[in-house]
Design a protein around this ligand. Structure first.
Ligand SMILES: [Zn+2]
Length: 1106
């Protein structure tokens, strides 16, 4: 005890954290003897536990000659520990309790986190989850806790990481692949350009992701032992006193504290200081003011003004920069955006400070320009400076700050829970800041006081001599003469021309400015009535009630009975077949929505910043409006939205702006990432009528403002209205809102038999279709496949249960096989896919390897997995079932999640509000025998009965061919990775001579040499050798592509007859290439439509209860 007092005084426990009104968690901040600060969070009702650890070191500490090293250490840290040497012990443990993990590397922080089921899911826990959790938690033993096991595995990474040698290369490839994925992404490109043009002495200037070249090839060429470098980085920068840990669980605080102490006290402390960069400015004097012109990949235009700004970490009580961002970023009357929008120059504007590191910040103003706006970008910059001048001319306005204070308090007071790992990760990162620990939860959001001096100081940074201007456009000015080093972005840069500077300075100084610019008016949308009528219920209702159901309208309603926030969500669906009759009517509808939203932008801004948002849009079966937020003034906004929809004035100038934006959006979509596109093609082929970007583009180009004026009243004339009102609201209000919708829209009813029906195409048993399309971006080298198996009707509960279980069981093995072992590409997804009545299973891969090759690997994986299923124990099978059930029964975290669940089931015509419970019941009933039989029949590539559709998106460009050495090295790496997955270690003495042999110079020869080593030296069984060789070939692109995939037959009339005949004869069909989508659809039958699972009368409120 005495020693304890001398060395480290008993740490203070801080428990009185300022918290939201409805927060039922308890908190405790402690500091361990090794100076690791820990925040413990006890949540008696959580169904997920989580922890996050943030280390105060990031890419700003990268060595000059090894950019990306902090990020690579983040990847490598998780490769084995002394206590748990198996490299995937941690992830396997998490996966077995429905958990997952992730990590990120920022400038001054590296953040690691995981989440996991809060309990092992035995019976008594299930009772807790149903709401009977007692407020005094039972102590949980370590053995019974999922969290303890996860913490122990997690903690070892910071105590005794191994940096396993044989995982080094693979993780560096993963980093490389991550970087490659970003190379064509404008956000990454432009962010790096800003960094690359900053002060070379400031680490902000550096490249932080890293690549195989910066982390492997270059250091190796300099004779550096790379693994040693990583370990050195870790030992120099990782220290307990730089770490902040957050643990959230069901266990009480004392138990959590004991565990934290037991595990994390062992993290070595080196008393390293917190790094600061106070004396190095982000931009040096010669770099201000400058202008830069950059060419983006996508067709986007923008203007950005970036000011050097101060670090405001210690000013969190007044948050001075929020005054600036509130005024400059305002979108209501008098604002910069309202003015330049009216001029036809801009479509959006954002402003705000972002901290770079302790010691510096940037304040950026970014404007989305129209084509005209690009021509007048100098004028736009001048308007911004005119407004800044106007703002600085008046002393800081207390009433404006009072509004901000009020909203920040209201938002914090009624803040609802968010997913746990997001919470722990964000809090661990916040703990690196100097907030008073009592303000840890509220610090970043709540403004506590008006500080006129601090605001006046803040404004002094926004000056013409303290900023950089950047114009982004694909067409202007055209003479970019430089290329950014890491991403290859073309740009041009120089001092701001003297005459332009003078114009800006004049705009800034002069009092002669457009009268349209002024400070905002008082915000009428700030909620004043925040009462919630709290009526305790035994159990929350799981479905809304139908409170009105007649020929023109259906209204669903539920008064909130579990979240108790003064908020409500109202969703309205206007069903009509018009919105998707043809590609032209679909285009007209999206232009209509674009124009309504454009017209409402100024008005709705005040509501938006007061926590009240609306949405108006089009979908395949009609139009929709939703309004969500504080219920007090919700009806005011809703009425305005509906009126604007009904009485839109289509102005020629606005029409042009919206049309241009819509066109660009579609063109950019076609140039987007292949894996973002592939799903849309898949859905297009599953439905009778869907439109792809090229079809919509073809129509949009010829639509005029007049056509839209004529069209939209027609479109609105006949619709079926359906309303969901949910939240802090009474039934009478829900009915009043319904009345408001009817009165404002003045729409005639749609005859019941004209209400659109949701159907999909049905792939007959034995189908084997391929649809292929070339990607638009000529520079992209990535192909993408979506391989979809049609399983049947999504309303079949038993089938859904099997589909969900299939998705769960293949999730980890699919990723492990296709991404980790075979390294086919960075993007690998698998899972269930449901669209209307289509129930399916899909695997998606984006890869430099071609789609036929990928299809072969997918089928190979499915076959392998099917074999492993046969060998799976009953216990493991049950474990998977419980994992899906847990996911389906996961608790709703907030009001909006619950509204969205209701709305999904109303919107998709099924009204299947109890689906999650039904799923759980049906999954529980599945037996391994039935499931295996179903897989063999409906999923297995060797089944003559299963139905499959693949979409291939093919790249135009080819990746650069690797050299012979690189190929050899890649082979070795792949083989090492595969061997370690099989728990084998090569015998180097015997392997070396085999590799030295000249026949091993080609990848195929190498594979043969390794095969011989396995068979002859290691005496591995032939079966295992075959598997390894097969995987090695796959990873090297040497696996064979089946002949039938190389030459699929074209879809003709008799092709489908052949499918039927094959199925009948129990033969697997040859692939059929879809060349004519119309003919493809015409040859397939349609599913039944989606119908309500119960008669509407059963959803009505019983009159007796009223
Ligand atoms: Zn990474």
């Amino acid at each position: 005890m005495t020693y304890g007092l001398q060395n480290s005084p008993t740490p203070a426990r801080i428990e009185e954290l300022e918290r939201p009104l409805l927060d039922d968690r308890s908190y405790r901040v402690i500091t361990l003897p090794n100076k690791l600060e820990v925040l413990l969070i006890h949540d008696a009702n959580t169904d997920k536990a989580s922890a996050a650890l943030d280390v105060n070191v990031g890419s700003f500490s990268d060595a000059e000659d090894m950019p990306g090293i902090a990020h690579a250490v983040e990847h490598l840290l998780f490769m084995g520990t002394e206590k748990y040497p198996q490299e995937n012990a941690y992830n396997q443990y998490l996966a077995s309790y429905s958990g997952h993990s992730n990590a990120y590397t920022a400038a001054t922080s590296t953040n690691y986190f995981f989440e996991i089921a809060a309990t092992k899911g035995n019976k008594s826990d299930a009772n807790d989850a149903s709401g009977e959790a007692s407020q005094t938690p039972r102590p949980v033993s370590k053995e019974d806790s999922t969290l303890y096991g996860a913490l122990d595995r997690f903690g070892q990474f910071f105590i005794c990481p191994l940096f396993l040698e044989d995982t080094l290369d693979r993780e560096l490839r993963a980093v490389d692949s991550e970087n490659k994925k970003n190379l064509q992404n404008d956000q990454w490109r432009l962010h790096q350009l800003t960094k690359s043009l900053a002060n070379p002495k400031h680490p902000y200037n550096h490249f932080s992701t890293g690549s195989y070249k910066t982390l492997h090839d270059d250091p190796l060429a300099r004779g550096v032992k790379i693994r040693d470098e990583f370990m050195k980085f870790h030992s120099t920068h990782y220290s307990a006193n730089r770490m902040k840990l957050v643990i959230l669980g069901r266990e009480d605080l004392d138990t959590l504290e004991q565990w934290a102490e037991e595990i994390f006290s062992k993290v070595p402390n080196k008393d390293l200081p917190r790094k600061r960069w106070d004396d190095t400015p982000i931009y040096v004097k010669e770099q201000l003011p400058t202008e830069t012109f950059a060419k983006p990949v996508l067709d986007n235009r923008s203007l950005e003004l970036s000011f050097m700004y101060r670090d405001e970490e210690n000013l969190y009580e007044s948050h001075p920069s929020r005054y600036l961002s509130h005024l400059i970023g305002h979108e209501g009357p008098g604002s910069i955006l309202a003015y330049i929008k009216e001029k036809g120059w801009a479509t959006g504007l954002g402003a705000g400070a972002s901290p770079v590191c302790p010691g510096s910040s940037l304040f950026a103003i970014s404007v989305k320009l129209t084509e005209d706006g690009l021509k007048y970008y100098k004028e736009v910059a001048k308007v911004i400076f005119q407004y800044i001048g106007l703002m600085r001319e008046q002393p800081p306005q207390q009433w404006i700050v009072d509004e901000l204070i009020r909203m920040s308090e209201v938002d914090f007071r009624f803040k609802q829970k968010t997913p746990v790992s997001g919470t722990t990760s964000a809090l661990a990162s916040l703990m690196q800041k100097s907030y008073d620990r009592k303000h840890l939860l509220s610090g970043p959001s709540v403004i506590r006081k008006f500080d006129a001096t601090a605001i006046a100081d803040a404004m002094s940074y926004l000056r013409p001599d303290n900023f950089k201007l950047r114009v982004v456009s694909r067409d202007f000015p055209g003479d970019w003469d430089q290329k950014e080093k890491w991403y290859g972005t073309e740009y041009k840069t120089g001092k701001l021309p003297e005459d332009f500077f003078k114009e800006i300075d004049a705009a800034f100084q002069s009092k002669n400015r457009p009268k349209e610019l002024h400070l905002p008016h008082k915000n009428e949308f700030i909620p004043t009535r925040l009462d919630v009528e709290k009526k305790e219920v035994a159990e929350p209702l799981k479905a809304p009630k139908l409170i009105r159901n007649d020929e023109s309208v259906r209204t669903w309603f539920k008064k909130d009975d579990q979240f108790w926030v003064p908020k409500a969500n109202v969703h309205i669906n206007f069903r009509t077949p018009v919105s998707s009759m043809t590609a032209r009517t679909a285009s007209l509808c999206s232009l209509f929505c674009g124009l309504v939203n454009d017209a409402l932008a100024e008005y709705s801004y005040d509501a938006d910043i007061s926590g009240l948002q609306y949405e108006f849009g089009t979908h395949h079966h009609g139009l929709f409006v939703s309004v969500e937020g504080y219920s007090d003034k919700l009806h005011v906004l809703l009425e305005k939205v509906l009126t604007s929809v009904r009485n839109l004035e289509v102005r020629d100038e606005r029409f042009q702006v919206v049309l241009d934006r819509t066109l660009r959006g579609l063109r950019n979509w076609e140039w987007g990432l292949p894996y973002h596109q592939v799903g849309a093609y898949s859905r297009w082929l599953k439905h009778e009528r869907r439109y792809m970007a090229d079809e919509l583009l073809g129509e949009l180009e010829s639509i005029t403002a007049q056509e839209l004026r004529d069209f939209y009243p027609q479109a609105l004339s006949q619709m079926q209205i359906e309303v969901l009102a949910h939240g802090n609201m009474h039934k009478e209000e829900a009915l009043r809102i319904t009345g408001l919708v009817e009165k404002t829209m003045r729409t005639k009813r749609l005859l019941p038999d004209q209400i659109p029906i949701r159907r999909t195409l049905v792939l007959p048993p034995g189908s084997n279709f391929i649809y292929e399309r070339e990607l638009k971006d000529p520079a992209n080298v990535n192909h993408c496949i979506e391989y979809s198996i049609y399983l049947g009707n999504a309303r079949d509960r038993n089938l859904r249960a099997k589909m969900l279980l299939l998705a769960q069981m293949t999730d980890e093995p699919c990723f492990n096989q296709l991404r980790t072992i075979e390294q086919l590409g960075y993007v690998v997804f698998s899972g269930a896919s449901v669209s209307d009545n289509w129930a399916g299973y899909r695997i998606l891969i984006q890869s430099e390897k071609d789609c036929r090759y990928l299809e072969g690997r997918i089928e190979h994986f499915l076959t392998m997995w099917e074999e492993s299923l046969a060998k799976m124990s009953e216990e493991d099978f049950e474990g998977h079932k419980q994992a899906v059930i847990r996911k389906r029964l996961e608790k709703l975290k907030n009001l909006t999640q619950e509204s969205n669940r209701f709305w999904t089931h109303v919107f998709n015509d099924s009204y299947d509000f109890l689906q999650a419970d039904e799923d759980a019941t049906h999954i529980q009933a599945l037996t391994k025998g039935d499931f295996t039989e179903w897989v063999r029949h409906s999923v297995s590539p060797s089944s003559a009965h299963r139905a499959k559709l693949s979409v291939y998106l093919t790249a135009q460009a080819k990746p650069s061919e690797p050299s012979a050495d690189e190929k050899k090295e890649a082979t070795l790496l792949a083989v090492t990775a595969i061997l370690s997955a099989e728990n084998l270690t090569p015998d180097t003495e015997k392997l070396s001579p085999r590799l030295a042999d000249s026949s091993a110079a080609t990848p195929a020869g190498l594979v043969a040499a390794i095969s011989a080593h396995l068979t002859e030296d290691l005496k591995v069984s032939q079966e295992q050798v075959d598997k390894i060789v097969d995987e090695a070939k796959a990873a090297l692109g040497l696996a064979e592509v089946e002949e039938k995939l190389e030459h699929p037959v074209e879809l003709k009339d008799d092709a489908l007859a052949a499918v039927a005949e094959n199925e009948h004869a129990n033969r697997v069909s040859e692939p059929i290439l879809i060349t004519d989508v119309h003919a493809f659809r015409a040859s397939l039958p349609m599913s039944a439509g989606v119908k309500p699972v119960k008669d509407f009368s059963e959803y009505m409120e019983e009159s007796a209860k009223l």
